[in-house]
Design a protein around this ligand. Structure first.
Ligand SMILES: *Cc1c(COP(=O)(O)O)cnc(C)c1O
Length: 374
């Protein structure tokens, strides 16, 4: 089976450095809030291009604490996409605010700026674009819209570290960027981890306080916060990996280019947009195809693992029944959920496996049922 992602080869390549980093932490006796966390925060701030970065224990918490630090809560609305991982809207709901959806662009699968305007109400406090699959959202237009209406911007960069838009890295464009170091992300820890990035000193300070039970001075608690810290072990591991990120992104982009060359003649497929508003880091290589589930089954039968990110748009899921959306409200998101299929992509995939995937996709698209029955 060609897996959609295999993390073992990356570890094998970096084993001596990673093992040494882990042993260093074990021997230091410092596991929470040590030198690796502080150094990694500085390294991410420099990489993303912001003045501040604050380590947290997940991307979900990054979104939650960012919203809290912006004083978004009950009575407030946050505009986002229904075509994303549930953590995006879960964070909005968990701070007491209400997600309001705007549909996506059919080509990039990201928020369509022209559809955001009609979702703005007097209660709207922020726009929360997601850079889905590693493709930057159209930040120029989102920033212009937010400025005009006095709204904050929280970027969900969980899938997109290193992507850029008009030469600026995602996470440095809005008021705050939210990153995840979940193992399968482009920069993955050996457990959970997250980070916020910002140029706003006050906001950075507030997130630091929120991550430590609302206390900026130990045992003096100014507000209810969270226990949400990035730990020393994960930071030490991530510090070994960060210098390789640009090389991995280059590999992902060259795999995407090879997929494009191999698949472009198949007219049944919708391939990821090329060009776009900035650098795509291909967290996923996602095609669109009708009868997607048959194609997926055919590929599985041919030994190729694929995934559907995501099979059900959030406005139709039980978690948001209270918002009273219905089928047909966001047709592009619904169409995407029915058609998307993500193919294997990771820096170590290699040209042989890639060629096998291309061949399997071609036969699966031509005769999905025959292959599945084999
Ligand atoms: C992974 C992900 C998150 C959540 O990150 P965790 O670290 O798993 O909490 C949020 N948003 C998107 C778009 C993601 O892909």
């Amino acid at each position: 089976m060609i897996q959609i992602l295999d993390l073992r080869e990356q570890y094998a390549a970096l084993k001596p450095q990673i093992d040494a980093a882990i042993m260093g932490v074990l021997e230091s006796g410092t596991f929470i809030g040590g030198p690796n966390v502080a150094a990694f925060e500085n390294e991410i701030a420099a990489y993303v291009g912001t003045r501040y970065a604050v380590g947290l224990n997940s991307g979900t918490d990054a979104l939650t604490l960012a919203l809290r630090a912006l004083d978004i809560g009950p009575g407030d609305e946050v505009i986002t996409t229904p075509f994303t991982f549930a953590a995006t809207t879960e964070a909005i709901v968990n701070v007491g605010a209400r997600p309001t959806f705007a549909d996506i662009d059919s080509v990039t699968y990201n928020l369509d700026p022209s559809r955001i305007r009609s979702a703005i109400t007097p209660r709207t406090k922020a726009i929360l674009p997601v850079h889905l699959y590693g493709a930057p959202a159209n930040m120029d237009e989102i920033v212009a819209l937010a400025r005009r209406h006095g709204l904050a911007i929280v970027e969900d960069c969980a899938q997109a570290i290193g992507a850029d838009c008009g030469g600026r890295r995602v996470g440095s464009i809005g008021d705050v960027g939210c990153f995840s170091f979940f193992p399968s992300k482009n920069l993955g820890a050996f457990g959970d981890g997250g980070m916020i990035t910002t140029n706003d000193e006050r906001l950075a300070r507030r997130v630091r306080r929120l991550r430590a039970h609302g206390a900026s001075v130990k045992y003096h608690h100014e507000e209810p916060g969270y226990n949400s810290r990035l730990d020393e072990l994960q930071a030490a591991i991530l510090r070994v990996k960060l210098p390789h990120l640009e090389g991995w992104i280059a590999e992902r982009r060259s795999i995407a280019a090879a997929y494009h060359r191999g698949l472009r003649s198949l007219s049944a497929l919708t391939l990821p947009a090329r060009g776009g508003v900035g650098r795509h880091v291909f967290h996923q290589y996602t095609i669109g195809v009708d009868a997607r589930d048959d194609v997926k089954a055919a590929l599985a039968a041919a030994g190729v693992q694929t995934m559907v990110y995501y099979p059900e748009p959030l406005h139709l899921q039980p978690i948001h029944h209270g918002l009273r959306y219905k089928a047909g409200d966001f047709p592009e998101s619904e169409r995407a959920a029915a058609r998307v299929l993500s193919l294997p992509i990771y820096p170590e995939l290699g040209s042989e496996r890639l060629a096998a995937v291309v061949e399997a996709v071609a036969s699966a698209v031509e005769r999905p049922l025959a292959l599945a029955a084999r």
